[in-house]
Ligand binder design. Structure first.
Ligand SMILES: [Zn+2]
Length: 154
């Protein structure tokens, strides 16, 4: 073991994680892998339209690092689109920006950090009680302050 992995803050996970071009037999299908943080870079810059400085802050990386992640993401997507390859979105080193909640009946759930800032949850989504609390981090895979959940890809 040596250097610490660089965790990139991710605010949202893509709902669909596999894209496949039409009309290519599986045996001939090549695959491009897009990491979760590459997908997040595309989301922040190209979908939300944020400035690079702002994107870098949100992902907790330097601006050059963000630029590198974004460039790599665009290259992979371009490769897939123009060369007819499938895209699989998975893996990477990222920290999910979520907060975990628990209600008095023991139900637990997670709320994306950005969503929580806009509108903190008031009711348990399972039983509807308003008797809810924020959980403190109790596992080593939780980020400092319990604001993130960390994932390490392959
Ligand atoms: Zn509940």
């Amino acid at each position: 073991m040596g250097r610490r992995p660089l965790w990139r803050r991710v605010g949202s996970l893509p709902r669909v994680t596999y894209f496949k071009p039409a009309g290519i037999p599986l045996a001939h299908l090549q695959e491009v892998r897009l990491s979760i943080e590459e997908a997040e870079a595309i989301r922040l810059k190209d979908i939300e339209g944020l400035e690079q400085d702002n994107c870098a802050q949100k992902m907790k990386v330097s601006r050059p690092t963000f630029a590198r992640i974004l460039l790599s993401a665009r290259r992979r997507i371009a490769d897939a689109l123009l060369n007819g390859k499938a895209i699989r979105i998975e893996g990477g080193n990222y920290e999910m920006a979520v907060r975990r909640f628990r209600c008095s009946h023991g139900h637990e759930w997670e709320v994306p950090f950005e969503e929580m800032i806009k509108q903190p949850p008031e009711l348990c989504p399972t039983c509807g009680t308003s008797d809810i609390m924020v959980l403190r981090p109790w596992r080593s895979d939780w980020g400092m302050g319990g604001q993130g959940r960390r994932f390490r890809g392959r």
